[in-house]
Design a protein around this ligand. Structure first.
Ligand SMILES: Cc1cc2nc3c(=O)[nH]c(=O)nc-3n(C[C@H](O)[C@H](O)[C@H](O)COP(=O)(O)O)c2cc1C
Length: 181
């Protein structure tokens, strides 16, 4: 049986980013028939311009990777009550080409504050709705106080968080299965 391909996108470009570490942790939770690829080109994408038809290079690669994935997981920090510009820029490149249309998706925000980055999550979910993703009420998670849930190397040390991430992944896999059945 062909392995399911999930594309994981972190909204943070930081080294040792908690959001990137969350996605790596989810990759570690994936069952044998699921491969989770961490997208690493967010900082290479040019500024979005609807006048420009980017058929090659990083934009084409980003679009192709999303297109060939069975589902996507995005984990983002909150910057000034919104999602980071680099993440919105990437998502703007696929509005007209529609690679996320009818694609199962999961969304996470993680913050050192006890709000869990809920403004960023709300904003991300609105954009994912505009892009036509398939989600349900179990497809999103705001993670507060993230610094206390990861150790210095970025490993999850909070069992409840590990369980929540597992449930989010299981739900995404269920959505993919329903779509493909
Ligand atoms: C410019 C800037 C603005 C920020 N604004 C917010 C904010 O509005 N809400 C929030 O919860 N955290 C805010 N933070 C803190 C980030 O949530 C924190 O840096 C987080 O760890 C970033 O995620 P990362 O570890 O994945 O890079 C901000 C950080 C920066 C650098």
């Amino acid at each position: 049986m062909k392995a399911l391909q999930i594309m994981a996108i972190s909204g943070s470009l930081r080294n040792n980013s908690s959001n990137t570490n969350i996605l790596k942790a989810i990759a570690g939770l994936a069952p044998e028939n699921v491969v989770i690829h961490l997208y690493e080109g967010l900082d290479k994408l040019p500024h979005f311009n609807p006048d420009v038809d980017e058929k090659n290079g990083y934009v084409a690669d980003f679009r192709n990777k999303i297109d060939s994935a069975d589902g996507v997981i995005i984990s983002t920090p909150e910057y000034a009550f919104g999602i980071p510009g680099v993440l919105k820029n990437a998502l703007d490149w696929i509005v007209s080409t529609g690679e996320l249309n009818e694609k199962p998706a999961a969304a996470i925000s993680a913050s050192p504050l006890n709000t869990g980055g809920e403004n960023a999550l709300t904003s991300l979910l609105l954009t994912l709705t505009a892009l036509g993703t398939i989600r349900n009420k179990f497809s999103s998670l705001a993670i507060p106080n993230i610094k206390s849930k990861l150790d210095a190397s970025g490993t999850i040390i909070d069992n409840q968080l590990a369980e929540s991430l597992n449930k989010l992944l299981e739900n995404l896999l269920d959505l993919i299965e329903v779509k493909q059945s």
